[in-house]
Design a protein around this ligand. Structure first.
Ligand code: UD1
Length: 415
């Protein structure tokens, strides 16, 4: 088990280049299976989750080659349709491969996915979409077997705009006979990126970014190269790094339009934000103000930024309130933050944060990806040394986190 050792109290300044998006890369890597041939991807973040996705692809017969800044995936020799349970357990996004395998080969066997423990995270909406498309599903000792003779376009309505279920429904419908219409679809930018990638491959999809997506089935797709969008949650994380340290940062390779609610909250807190097409400048030297936040599906405030904002607010004078509406178990990190001196009370979905003057260095444990990185932010301002253990969670989603922070002036080491 690795850990970060952080000496707090440094003012951070400088430029940071935002990596490719984890949540866009994972479904796009899975989508490469829909084409029998080669896909070249740029801007894929080198993180544990993308490595796992490549391992899964290899385990079913795919080939993955890294050449300088690009990844070439060859899916022409895929000959297995079962996703190994051990890999499935490591990462929730592995479930996305099911939609791609079904779309291409009309069969897929997988188990219930793992991932961060931030709630029950069922996959009923994914399975409901598959059933709607005429796919037979049988469950046996935790294994889920799906197959069908053909997929026919259908209307799919989601009770909740699930990101993963929307992506799975798109993947399973790309090569279907007829048109699939998804309503109450998730609207995240990563779904637009998936649509753009698939359309470049020859798919006929429109509407991503709105709550109605139409997929007209095509017979075949073709080899393409594609540049993955920048990671909006990593961008939000570094903006909070600036806010919590009262620093000044310039983010490059980012899209301000993707994080409007995050920028809006930071401005409400008193940060000065300037944006250009692919850059965001933040100055947080002024005393910050407390704010209230409610997480919502996109374009609402992202649940993935909840722990990071809560941490940023721990030393802001006054009382801030956060309501977590997406995942029911996303406050596990709070106990660790309280060991560092934060004053937070949790009542159901709501966290009430009373600003304290200082946080103090402690040994803390990452409990999930975003909760883990939140503890790193706390360490950056804590008095004394903080050791963040279990950073495997953080390595799932952040590329070179300690190197990027060191360049900004932080004292952080990975051990
Ligand atoms: C994706 C993101 C994750 C983000 C989340 C919400 C990826 C790889 N991960 O996760 O970082 O936090 O969106 O923005 O893109 N639900 C069901 N049944 C289902 C599916 C989901 O009840 O079949 C519920 C979940 O338990 C949760 C809510 O819907 O309460 C949102 O989940 P969903 O949008 O599916 O998130 P993920 O795709 O898992």
């Amino acid at each position: 088990m690795s850990e970060y050792v952080i000496k707090g109290g440094k003012k951070l300044q400088g430029e940071v280049i935002i990596s490719g998006s984890k949540n866009a890369a994972l479904p796009i890597i899975a989508a490469s299976v829909l084409n029998t041939g080669k896909t070249t991807l740029y801007n894929v973040p080198e993180i544990h989750d993308t490595k796992m996705m490549f391992e899964i692809l290899k385990s079913i017969g795919g080939e993955v080659v890294k050449k300088k800044n690009k990844i070439i995936i060859d899916t022409s020799k895929i000959n297995k349709f079962e996703i190994p349970e051990i890999l499935m357990r490591q990462m929730r996004s592995s479930v996305i491969l099911a939609g791609a395998l079904l779309g291409r080969y009309h069969k897929a066997v997988f188990s219930y996915p793992g991932g961060c423990d931030i709630g029950t995270r069922p996959i009923d909406l994914h399975l409901k979409a598959f059933e709607k498309l005429g796919i037979n599903i049988s469950k046996n000792y935790g294994n889920i077997s799906c197959n069908c003779d053909k997929i026919t376009g259908e209307n799919i309505h989601f009770d909740f705009p699930s990101v993963g279920a929307t992506e799975n429904a798109i993947l399973a419908s790309c090569l279907a006979e007829g048109t699939t219409v998804i309503t109450n679809a998730a609207r995240e930018p990563e779904i637009i990126d998936l649509q753009n990638f698939l359309n470049k491959m020859g798919a006929k999809i429109k509407g991503a970014g709105s709550n109605k997506i139409e997929i007209e089935g095509v017979k075949n797709l073709k080899d393409v190269s594609y540049n993955i969008m920048p990671d909006r949650i990593e961008a939000g994380t570094f903006l909070c790094v600036a806010a919590i340290t009262n620093g000044e940062l310039l983010l490059e390779n980012t899209n301000p339009y993707h994080i409007i609610p995050v920028l809006d909250k930071l401005e409400e807190m008193g940060c000065k934000i300037e944006t250009e097409k692919s850059k965001i400048k933040i100055n947080a030297e002024k005393k910050l103000k407390s704010v209230d936040i409610k997480t919502m599906p996109y374009p609402g405030f992202p649940t993935d930024m909840q722990s990071i904002f809560a941490t940023t607010l721990t030393t802001v004078k006054g009382t801030s309130m956060i309501v977590e509406n997406i995942f029911e178990n996303r406050y596990k990190y709070v106990q660790e933050l309280m060991r560092m001196g934060a004053k937070i009370t949790i009542e159901g979905k709501t966290a009430v944060i009373k600003g304290v003057r200082k946080l103090y260095g402690a040994n803390v444990k990452a409990t999930d990806l975003r909760g883990g990185v939140a503890l790193v932010l706390a360490g950056l301002i804590a008095k004394g040394n903080t050791t963040v253990e279990n950073i495997e969670y953080i390595l799932r989603g952040y590329e070179n986190l300690e190197i990027k922070l060191q360049k900004l002036g932080a004292s952080i080491e990975k051990k």
